[in-house]
Design a protein around this ligand. Structure first.
Ligand code: TYM
Length: 336
């Protein structure tokens, strides 16, 4: 049966890229997989968050607020195991075991490390470098078969597959299935509203570059109105968007929100300019976010309930992780 595993860093707000690229898929898979008797594990990657400096008090608060955001977006603790990594020590332990298997050459190819470390690579934390090994442990610990993520995590998952395959071969075991990434057909990579060539991200200093799930209707409308575009009308054929990154991004967002293809959306808007398209997009966004925001306010107002749910999730995750971790220790020849 299917085992779905995915995580999100608890830094700042959930934004539209996270939602359309990953979380909406988590919710859809959770319902499907629960009905088929499979299991879903969704977690706050707080161990990943400390690979860059975080204010400790803020990190603790962000774990709660991201848990509230996941619940608001539709994660159901009755159907999926929701927890934070730090409370399941097996993540850190398996990371160490897999560090004997992962190769330096594999890590050296990771584009996210190069992007995040920037020019000062010698000054980057060791954790930022070995980050993908922790990510491999996250999914292999639950013997994941499928991992729903946005396009930017694809390379990390390929590394997780390489680690799984090498571990199985080196120790002659069939312990880890090779996890398949599940990447959405549209919205796999939502771009900044200010620059169609940069990813929408929580680390962009300009809040105008992203839609947060907590933005109110006026803010959403203003961000869409001010989103960078070009003066041309929309084409009938998606090929006409190839050299227009901002236009392509907005049409892609519309298509993902409406659950339609880019072709279908262009069918409705071909020949029209952004003066007509942007208000329609803003309305669709506001409609999508309204129920999420309402639930978010409800959960955010009940920290005791959030803590209780995270407690239940961590207990279940620890129980699910234990046998795989034991097998991994045994496979490498360590008795505990
Ligand atoms: P994170 O926290 O940066 O993002 C969470 C999820 O959102 C997706 N995403 C996007 N999708 C489309 N367009 C965007 N602009 C965009 N920005 C973010 C990400 O692809 C991701 O699916 N390392 C991971 C967290 C993690 C994880 C894991 C994921 C830790 N362990 C194990 C899967 C499996 C991260 O930092 O995602």
């Amino acid at each position: 049966s299917k085992r779905i595993v995915s995580g999100i860093q608890p830094t700042g707000n959930l934004h539209l890229g996270n939602y359309l690229g990953a979380i909406r898929n988590w919710v859809r898979m959770q319902d499907e997989v629960a009905a088929e008797g499979g299991d879903c594990f969704f977690f706050l990657a707080d161990l990943h968050a400390i690979t860059v400096h975080n204010d400790p008090a803020e990190l603790a608060a962000n774990v709660r607020s991201m848990a509230a955001a996941l619940l608001a977006a539709g994660i159901d603790p009755a159907k999926a195991v929701m927890f934070n990594q730090a409370r399941v020590p097996a993540h850190a332990e398996l990371t160490w075991l897999l560090s004997g298997t992962a190769r330096i050459g594999w890590l050296n190819r990771m584009t996210q490390f190069k992007d995040k470390a920037g020019k000062n690579r010698e000054g980057a934390s060791v954790g930022l470098y070995t980050y993908p090994v922790l990510m491999a442990a996250d999914v292999l610990l639950y013997r994941a078969t499928h991992v729903p993520v946005g396009d930017d995590q694809k390379q990390h998952l390929e590394l997780a597959r390489d680690v799984a395959a090498k571990f199985n071969t080196d120790f002659d075991v069939e312990l880890f299935p090779l996890p398949d990434p599940i990447i959405p057909p549209t919205a796999a990579r939502i771009m900044s509203l200010r620059d169609g060539t940069a990813k929408m991200s929580k680390s962009d200093p300009s809040d105008m570059s992203r839609i947060n799930l907590t933005d109110d209707s006026d803010t959403v409308a203003a961000k869409v109105r001010k989103a960078k575009t070009d003066p041309d009308p929309l084409p009938a054929d998606p090929a006409g968007l190839a050299e227009r990154p901002e236009a392509r991004n907005l049409v892609g967002i519309y298509a993902a929100l409406a659950d339609r293809t880019v072709e279908q959306v262009l069918g409705d808007f071909a020949g029209q300019g952004f003066g007509a398209f942007k208000p329609a997009l803003a309305e669709l966004l506001v409609e999508t976010l309204r129920p999420i925001k309402a639930r978010l306010d409800q959960f955010a107002g009940d920290p005791a309930e959030l803590d209780r749910l995270l407690d239940v999730g961590a207990t279940r995750a620890r129980a699910e992780a234990a046998p795989t971790l034991d097998s991994a220790y045994r496979a490498v020849g360590l008795s505990r």
